[in-house]
Design a protein around this ligand. Structure first.
Ligand SMILES: [Fe+2]
Ligand SMILES: [Fe+2]
Length: 282
């Protein structure tokens, strides 16, 4: 009996705050719970739950090997809330999260091919408010992801699935794809008094005029199956900044019912503050 796949459960992940300390082990083929793996300072220990195993030493060895293998995977990186930094990290993390949410490989590849064919990795995050430089949009998304991975470690958000949080952070601003156009703006140089042309962005008509959050939800749902809490998190990610009076009750209700809604709002807002950027740069 060889078990090469380890599944880390959320309960263990955050009851101990360190994913590397204890993991539940499920049999890959039957999803039967076959024990716990505890990683301490002195090494790795496998705890068996009332299961008859012919060769416990061999099983422990297999588990150790599997654990070491698993630690090198993108699945482990996501489940242990590791930070990401680059365009490649973004793509790998999105693919991993989609896969863990049960999306088929073909669908995942379709999504990534589409995304790479857009201006997502070159567009700014806004025309003048935050990340208004080339690449600002995906960098803002990465920062939102990294902050959500920090916030989710607090017991207040312990009921939120890591994978769901990862996905909503990564896709929450897909509505901004294809809506910015660069141009040269006349700016007066304060030192010389001369007018100079500097690169800037302006908004064009959206190819998906669903409004800010509706556009993200529409596009992401072409590729990713969203639960209602995930869809609500994307819908209300602007919090009170983007809500008309008639929708205010729905925003309040969503915040009340589903922690992932507040979680994304907080991460999105924090990601554009200087002190969070400094914290992430440390
Ligand atoms: Fe947004
Ligand atoms: Fe955002």
């Amino acid at each position: 009996m060889v078990h090469k796949t380890l599944h880390i459960t959320r309960t263990h992940t955050f009851s101990r705050f360190q994913v590397s300390e204890i993991s539940t082990i499920l049999d890959q083929t039957t999803t039967e719970h076959i024990g716990e793996l505890v990683e301490g300072e002195d090494g790795v220990v496998y705890l068996e739950p009332n299961l008859e195993v012919e060769d416990i030493q061999q099983l422990q060895l297999d588990v150790r090997v599997a654990w070491e293998d698993f630690k090198g995977t993108s699945e482990y990186k996501l489940l242990s809330c590791q930070r990401i930094a680059t365009r490649d990290d973004y793509i790998t993390t999105l693919k991993t999260a989609m896969s863990l949410r049960g999306q088929k490989e073909q669908q995942i590849n379709r999504c990534i091919t589409w995304l790479e064919g857009t201006d997502f990795f070159t567009a700014p995050g806004s025309t003048r408010y935050h990340d208004s430089h080339p690449g600002g949009l995906y960098k803002h998304s990465i920062r939102t992801f990294n902050i959500i991975m920090e916030l989710i470690k607090t017991p207040i958000f312990s009921s939120v699935e890591i994978i769901d949080a990862a996905i909503v952070a990564l896709v929450h601003d897909w509505c901004k794809i294809g809506i910015y156009k660069s141009y040269l703006r006349n700016v007066k140089n304060e030192d010389t008094g001369q007018w100079e042309k500097v690169p800037a962005y302006e908004k064009v008509d959206s190819p998906r005029p669903f409004g800010h959050t509706g556009g993200s939800l529409y596009v992401s749902q072409q590729f990713i199956k969203m639960s209602m809490p995930m869809a609500l998190a994307i819908t209300w990610h602007m919090g009170r900044w983007n809500v008309v009076e008639g929708d205010y009750n729905d925003l309040t209700l969503s915040n009340k019912l589903y922690p992932i809604v507040h979680l994304l709002q907080f991460a999105d807002q924090l990601s554009i503050t200087d002190y969070c950027q400094e914290y992430l740069d440390e």
